[in-house]
Design a protein around this ligand. Structure first.
Ligand SMILES: Cc1cc2nc3c(=O)[nH]c(=O)nc-3n(C[C@H](O)[C@H](O)[C@H](O)COP(=O)(O)OP(=O)(O)OC[C@H]3O[C@@H](n4cnc5c(N)ncnc54)[C@H](O)[C@@H]3O)c2cc1C
Length: 232
């Protein structure tokens, strides 16, 4: 379940139990599976906005050649931990945060904003988030430097994932305040007969993205799990 973009994928990886008697993290192997293998079925999972953001992937009697195993048999969790570190680094979302920030500045400067009254502390909150984004980018660059030098990586990817997802959601909040009442209708979904957006042509997308981005707290490992990793 929740397999993003499975409908486009050539390969999927799966962590499969290969030793039922071993304790939890042991006895798991990491397989790379060709999506054209007989027995694989991809069913769409529609999000609240009607979009196909995820899938359910079913495996029925799927056979995978032994050479498609990555790493040693029963050592799949070690491979997965590395992969999760890379994923969390990727989802530090520096670029995405910058894109949201520049959208925010564009909208603030647009003439459509004349009727919208912002909270008194709006620009103070915006400045604080811009500073945090600068910190996130510096931290991500430092981690990239460590990767490049072959130095060991600790809980930094978890820190980046946590900070990046929180920042996206807080910037979304500001973006939503800026589009104000324009954010209310999800035009193309809730009013399919009248797909013309009410306000800015991006208000539909902004409102939809704000809800979609709530999932960043969960995707790639939940915030609670990241807190645990950092604490250890
Ligand atoms: C937008 C989105 C995209 C996704 N894309 C993919 C994808 O492409 N491929 C894929 O494989 N998966 C994908 N997922 C699934 C995602 O990785 C999992 O949902 C996520 O890792 C959480 O696991 P879970 O759903 O099993 O929750 P659980 O682990 O069951 O957690 C349930 C609750 O218990 C808490 N919890 C669990 N363990 C602990 C702990 N040790 N300490 C404290 N609290 C704990 C969690 O924080 C959470 O609140 C996606 C999810 C989302 C939302």
């Amino acid at each position: 379940i929740w397999t993003s973009a499975a409908e486009h994928a050539d390969y999927i990886f799966a962590l499969v139990r290969t030793d039922p008697a071993a304790k939890k993290q042991l006895g798991i192997s990491f397989l790379l599976i060709d999506m054209n293998t007989p027995g694989i079925e991809v069913r769409p999972l529609l999000a609240f906005n009607g979009k196909r953001l995820w899938n359910q992937v079913f495996f029925s009697d799927v056979r995978v050649p032994r050479h498609n195993r990555l790493g040693d048999e029963n050592q799949g969790w070690t491979v997965a931990k590395n992969l999760l570190g890379n994923e969390r680094f990727m989802v530090s979302r520096v670029a995405e945060n910058k894109r949201i920030l520049s959208r925010l500045h564009e909208l603030l400067a647009s003439p459509q904003q004349v009727d919208i009254v912002l909270e008194a502390d709006f620009f103070k909150r915006l400045a604080a988030l811009e500073i945090r984004l600068g910190g996130l980018e510096a931290m991500a660059s430092r981690l990239l430097g460590r990767f490049d030098s072959g130095l060991s990586i600790g809980a930094e990817p978890s820190m980046l994932k946590l900070l990046g997802s929180q920042l996206v959601q807080e910037l979304d909040r500001l973006l939503y305040e800026v589009i104000a009442y324009c954010g209310l209708p999800l035009d193309s979904v809730s009013r399919p007969d009248d797909p013309v957006p009410v306000c800015s042509d991006s208000s539909d997308m902004i409102a939809s993205a704000m809800f979609h981005h709530r999932g960043y707290t969960i995707a790639g490992g939940t915030s609670e799990v990241q807190h645990n990793i950092i604490a250890k």
